[in-house]
Design a protein around this ligand. Structure first.
Ligand code: BTN
Length: 250
C-alpha cells in the first residue's frame, strides 16, 4: 500500500509535502489544479491508480491500481528557462538511477524520456509548466509499471514492468524523488547529460521521426545540453530535435 508515512521514511527531504490518493484522474492534472490554487511548491502527489493518466503527444498512460507508481513532483524553477527544458531528460536519468538502486536491472533511455528495461518500456515521463500570475511551477509526472502483468492489447508488445511483485513502491517512489531533487539541484551544470548519453538507446542508430505528420529517416549522433537530439540527414544536413512534437521510432 502506498502511504505518506512510508514514503516519508525513505525521503531525504523530510519537509516535502506528500499527498497520496487512492484514485485520481491524473496526478499531473491534480498538480495543475493545486498549483492554480497557489498551493505552495515543492510538493508531491501520488495516486494508486489513474482514470485518465496522460502521456506525451496527447496519448494516455495505462495506470491500473496497486501495480504501478504514478506521481507528480512540483517545484519552482530557478531562473534560466532552458533548465526547464532540460528537466525532462534530467528526470529520465533520475528515474533510471532510482530503478537501479532498488532493483538489479539496468535502465536505458529512449529519447526523450521513455525508460526501457530488457527491451520493454517500463516508465514514461510527462513534464508540464504552469504559470499563474507572476509565478511558474514545473510539474514532473512519472509513471512506472512496477508489477503490472497484463497490458491492453495495443501496449502489450512494447510495455513491460520492473518485476512480478516484490518491489516496495513506497521506497521506489521516494528514491525517484531523492534522485530527482538531486538532479534538479544541479540542473544548471548539466552534469546528468553524460549519464543520459551512456543510457541512450538511440545514439549511433538510424531513427525515424515524425514531425507534423511527416516521416524523416536520420542518424542520431548526439544529445545537446538541453536534451535535444542531434541528427544528421542523408543529405548531410544537421538537425536538432526538441521533444514537443516528435514521435521517434528506432
Ligand atoms: C508517456 O509515456 O508519454 C508519458 C507518461 C507519463 C505518465 C505519468 S503517470 C503520473 C503523471 N500523471 C499523468 O497523467 N501522467 C504522468
Amino acid at each position: 500500500m502506498l502511504s505518506v508515512d512510508a514514503i516519508k521514511s525513505f525521503l531525504k527531504n523530510d519537509s516535502l509535502n506528500v499527498m497520496v490518493f487512492d484514485e485520481l484522474d491524473s496526478t499531473n492534472s491534480e498538480a495543475k489544479r493545486k498549483a492554480k490554487q497557489d498551493f505552495s511548491a515543492p510538493f508531491l502527489i501520488l495516486a494508486d491508480s489513474q482514470t485518465n493518466g496522460r502521456g506525451r503527444l496527447g496519448r494516455s498512460f495505462y495506470s491500473p491500481s496497486a501495480t504501478g507508481i504514478y506521481l507528480s513532483y512540483v517545484y519552482v524553477p530557478d531562473g534560466e528557462i532552458a533548465s526547464v527544458v532540460a528537466v525532462t531528460s534530467a528526470a529520465a536519468v533520475a528515474v533510471s538511477r532510482a530503478i537501479e538502486s532498488v532493483t538489479s536491472k539496468s535502465a536505458k533511455i529512449k529519447w526523450v524520456n521513455d525508460i526501457y528495461i530488457d527491451g520493454k518500456k517500463v516508465c514514461g515521463i510527462l513534464c508540464e509548466a504552469v504559470t499563474t500570475g507572476a509565478s511558474s511551477v514545473v510539474i514532473v509526472g512519472i509513471g512506472i509499471n512496477v508489477s503490472t502483468v497484463y497490458f491492453p492489447n495495443e501496449l502489450s508488445e512494447k510495455a513491460g514492468s520492473l518485476s512480478s511483485g516484490d518491489i516496495n513502491r513506497n521506497r521506489l517512489a521516494a528514491e525517484v524523488v531523492n534522485q530527482l531533487e538531486a538532479v534538479i539541484e544541479g540542473l544548471s551544470t548539466r552534469d546528468f547529460i553524460n549519464d543520459y548519453k551512456e543510457r541512450s538507446l538511440v545514439l549511433g542508430k538510424q531513427v525515424t521521426y515524425i514531425k507534423n505528420g511527416e516521416e524523416t529517416v536520420a542518424e542520431a549522433v548526439d544529445i545537446d545540453r538541453d536534451g535535444g537530439l542531434i541528427v544528421t540527414l542523408s543529405d548531410g544536413s544537421i538537425n536538432t530535435l526538441n521533444s514537443g512534437e516528435i514521435s521517434l521510432k528506432i
